[in-house]
Ligand binder design. Sequence first.
Ligand code: MTE
Length: 310
Amino acid sequence: MSAKIPSSEITPKHAYLTRRDFMKAAGLAAGGAILAACATPPAPTPAPSNPQSGKTDERGDPANTYEDITNYNNYYEFTTDKEGVARLSQNFPTDPWQVEVTGMVRNPGTFGLEDLIKAHPPQERIYRLRCVEAWSMVIPWQGFPLASLLRAVEPTSAAKYVRFQSIYQPQNMPGQKEPWYPWPYQEGLRLDEAMHDLTLLATGLYGGELPAQSGGGIRLVVPWKYGFKSIKAIVKIELTDQQPQTLWNEIAPHEYGFYANVNPAVDHPRWSQATERRIGEFSRRDTLLFNGYAEEVSHLYADMDLTQNY
Ligand code: MTE
């Protein structure tokens, strides 16, 4: 693969529906969604979500609505207010978008989003997303396995980890003007976790483009780990032989480990992880080991004590 795919090869982006048209097309009522507050500390009982799309995950759980998914977000580069991210990010430029892939690879390069989509055609993946704060959603992403990109850039035999870095753009991201976070946001995976077929680079949501508040241009989705591992607005992917530093681990190492696998038996130091609030539901659910993906991923951790490697 060439180091840089020429922009002349960019495919015309398919005509996305505007959000309102999309909502109509999907038969969803615009507005009317009353969003649940984060369940920690316990919040008042939320109203149910607005009408569902008919999409479900593999367990039969209904997908949250587009309104839910795009109006209740964790995105500290904009604000710590989950219901304020959509407004503050509405003019954030996600197109054009480029990702640099570098470090211990044979074919490093900088790739435009359209070129990535052309080389790795997106597929729909309906995943549960479980935030470390004990709320969850079911989200229909479009994306491609990170493994597909990694195979193309060919990690060298020395590479053991993948480091991800979000965009740093304080002029457009008011939260990055706050000095108390070590920007840019960064995350990491072990190489075998990164190569797992469930690990997705998401480029779309509900059949449309990936809105800024959901991590557009492109984000990671690692469904068996707490949501903070699913880093948004990625501009750099680096193969390395060192375990990467991560933003939350740097701030609070005893609260947010490198692995961050969803585990009902390992509590956060300040709250229980045994149950969770699915946004749009009345009562709490039991948290599932590896967020319900144990069959697919538990072999990755066969030799590890998950209470120590949290
Ligand atoms: N990525 C960046 N760059 N900045 C963030 O603040 N928050 C994380 C993760 N990725 C975050 C991020 C957290 S804590 C969660 S739970 C998920 O994004 C939330 O994703 P969502 O807003 O699409 O539901």
